[in-house]
Design a protein around this ligand. Structure first.
Ligand code: HEC
Ligand code: HEC
Ligand code: HEC
Ligand code: HEC
Ligand code: HEC
Ligand code: HEC
Length: 424
């Protein structure tokens, strides 16, 4: 009986160490994200942050995002630029007053944003402080969503800022911790073996102790050791959980969306190698809102002769015989609340298809290249010069513009940031 007990206690103390280690690492890991938080006048409690979030979403998201420039600046900037709380409060309560007082920062911002007036908000200092608390919280915990922005997409340079540092950081932290854990376990095992070696020489050991000292390290024992199993399960769960969470945040992000199409139609062959004009198939693109997906009849202009025995081409025949349209899966899709017009961009603006759709002529299967967010539209309107040459409609406007500005006329200057232009 006694033998048993001392055996257990040695095992237990080892188990205790391992468990304590695992727990420490777990706490460290969860603390990793909040390490940055530093105390000052901006509250960090959940109540303030959630109040601020509600206020922000109801009043500010139309023009601001924490991480991206929209109509107004990315508000993480107030944290990064270390704006003082009283300054932010007076700016939100009445930005025009601050600007007119000649405040350098405010005037610079106002000019940077083409003298867009931010509306005044009759909020109390506490309410504004809570919004700042929310902004600070978001700045320090950027959403995982941004990780999904794969580098090949996106055209607006300001849209795809600061991608996924926090998640990468966490993964590295996790791996480092696991390595450290394993190293510590190895060191512990070494210490145990050195100690037993030393004890073996000691002739005056009691019978019970001798048995423990002489017992061999065996794999089976290790595999049935609760602490060891606990550690393996912990590591495994952590990794699986992280993968699942990352996966969940990808849902709903349409960028790079590449569904399988019913017929293996390739833009690489048709638009790339054969250089068929986009307009030949997408007949609406220069004259209407929609580009249009070609009907099977257009395919038949060629495929009555070309490759007519190919099973893929047979699918076109089948569609025509059954009088059924080919069910192409739609890739690009704006929500109903937004209005986008192809002819305005392609014909009037002379924007290349590739600017928005990427290198279509190299794609065997089309995917969504840009993220199609409001910020994406707006950034381009802010940066793109108007194509005014030979367009009588613009002659007068350009004259007026040049009288008070040295900058070239951009889409913003004809109201490209006005809500009603893009929203019904
Ligand atoms: C109609 C658009 C609009 C709305 C709504 C709006 N803002 Fe602004 N905001 C701007 C613009 C534009 C600027 C840039 C300065 C300027 O042009 O006056 C700005 C600037 C700011 C700044 C200064 C940023 C800096 O870098 O220091 C803060 C802070 C701010 N806004 C907070 C808010 C908050 C909080 C709300 C919601 C309660 C809000 N804004 C709602 C348009 C808006
Ligand atoms: C021979 C006809 C043909 C030509 C030429 C062609 N396309 Fe297409 N395009 C299609 C068909 C069919 C589809 C639907 C199937 C698919 O997505 O691959 C499509 C789909 C697309 C889509 C995705 C539409 C969606 O669902 O959101 C884009 C974008 C596109 N084409 C752009 C272009 C551009 C840009 C060019 C010129 C460089 C071009 N296409 C040339 C036939 C054509
Ligand atoms: C201007 C002529 C032309 C038009 C219009 C055209 N194609 Fe093609 N298509 C070709 C040629 C040429 C090939 C290449 C044949 C080869 O590989 O030798 C081809 C190849 C294909 C293939 C690959 C067939 C295989 O088995 O290799 C498919 C699928 C296809 N086209 C579908 C379509 C569809 C769908 C449309 C209508 C949206 C369409 N094509 C419109 C000329 C055309
Ligand atoms: C300024 C950006 C921009 C340019 C330039 C552009 N597109 Fe698009 N395209 C879009 C957007 C945004 C959508 C989604 C529209 C929607 O859902 O209402 C789209 C959708 C499409 C679709 C899907 C079907 C449809 O009728 O809307 C096709 C096909 C397409 N574009 C082809 C083209 C071709 C071909 C060109 C060049 C001649 C072109 N696009 C130029 C932004 C652009
Ligand atoms: C690659 C740059 C680019 C992108 C991206 C872009 N646009 Fe434009 N947009 C333009 C240009 C250039 C014009 C000016 C065309 C002209 O001369 O009328 C324009 C004009 C417009 C106009 C008319 C503005 C006016 O005052 O008459 C609307 C509406 C519009 N775009 C909506 C959108 C929407 C919605 C999106 C996003 C889904 C979008 N645009 C994305 C470049 C872009
Ligand atoms: C150049 C075009 C353009 C302009 C200008 C524009 N928007 Fe948008 N807006 C969009 C597009 C495109 C979407 C859809 C984006 C998406 O699905 O992510 C959108 C989405 C929205 C949404 C829904 C957001 C959501 O998360 O569902 C709101 C609210 C909104 N816009 C308000 C405004 C207001 C207010 C203004 C004026 C200050 C404005 N927009 C100006 C193009 C524009």
């Amino acid at each position: 009986m006694l033998k048993r007990k001392s055996n257990m206690s040695l095992k237990n103390s080892f188990a205790g160490y391992a468990l304590a280690l695992v727990l420490t690492c777990a706490t460290l890991l969860s603390a990793g994200t909040t390490v940055f938080a530093q105390a000052d006048q901006i509250p960090t409690d959940e109540q303030a942050i959630s109040n601020g979030k509600a206020l922000f979403e109801d009043n500010c998201t139309v023009c601001h995002s924490v991480h991206e420039r929209v109509v107004g600046p990315a508000l993480k900037q107030v944290i990064e630029e270390n704006r003082s709380l009283p300054w932010i409060i007076s700016f939100v309560q009445n930005s025009q007053k601050v600007i007119q007082s000649g405040d350098k920062d405010a005037v610079a911002l106002y000019n940077e944003f083409n003298k867009t007036e931010m509306p005044s908000f009759a909020f109390s200092p506490e309410q504004i402080t809570s919004i700042v608390a929310y902004i600070k919280h978001e700045t320090e915990n950027p959403p995982v969503k941004e990780v999904a922005e794969v580098p090949e997409g996106g055209t607006g340079p300001a849209v795809s800022g600061g991608t996924g540092v926090s998640s990468e950081y966490l993964t590295i932290l996790l791996v480092v911790l696991l390595v450290v854990l394993v190293l510590i376990l190895i060191v512990l095992a070494l210490i145990v073996s050195v100690l037993t070696g030393y004890l073996k020489k000691d002739q005056q050991l009691e019978e019970a102790d001798r048995e423990i000292v002489e017992s061999k390290f065996d794999l089976q024992k290790l595999l049935t050791n609760k602490a060891f199993l606990g550690f393996v399960v912990f590591a495994f769960t952590a990794i699986v959980l992280k993968t699942v969470i990352d996966g969940l945040f990808m849902v709903g992000i349409q960028q790079n969306y590449q569904p399988k199409q019913p017929i293996a139609f390739s833009h690489k062959i048709h638009a790339g190698q054969m250089e068929i004009d986009c307009n030949y198939c997408h007949t609406g693109v220069r004259k209407s809102k929609s580009a249009n997906i070609p009907s099977a009849n257009i395919c038949m202009n060629c495929h009555t002769e070309i490759k007519k025995d190919s099973p893929e081409i047979q699918k076109i025949y089948a569609a025509l015989e059954n009088d059924q349209p080919i069910e192409w899966v739609r890739i690009h899709n704006l929500p109903d609340l937004a209005y986008f017009n192809h002819s305005q961009h392609v014909k009037v603006g002379e924007v290349e298809c590739q600017t928005c759709h990427g290198p279509i002529e190299t794609m065997d299967v089309v995917y969504q290249y840009a993220d199609l967010t409001m910020g994406w539209c707006i950034n381009c309107h802010r940066e793109t010069e108007l194509n005014t040459e030979g367009n009588d409609y613009y002659t007068k406007l350009v004259q007026l513009h040049n009288e008070h500005s040295k900058e070239p006329m951009k889409v913003v200057d004809i109201g490209g940031l006005e809500c009603a232009k893009c929203h019904y």
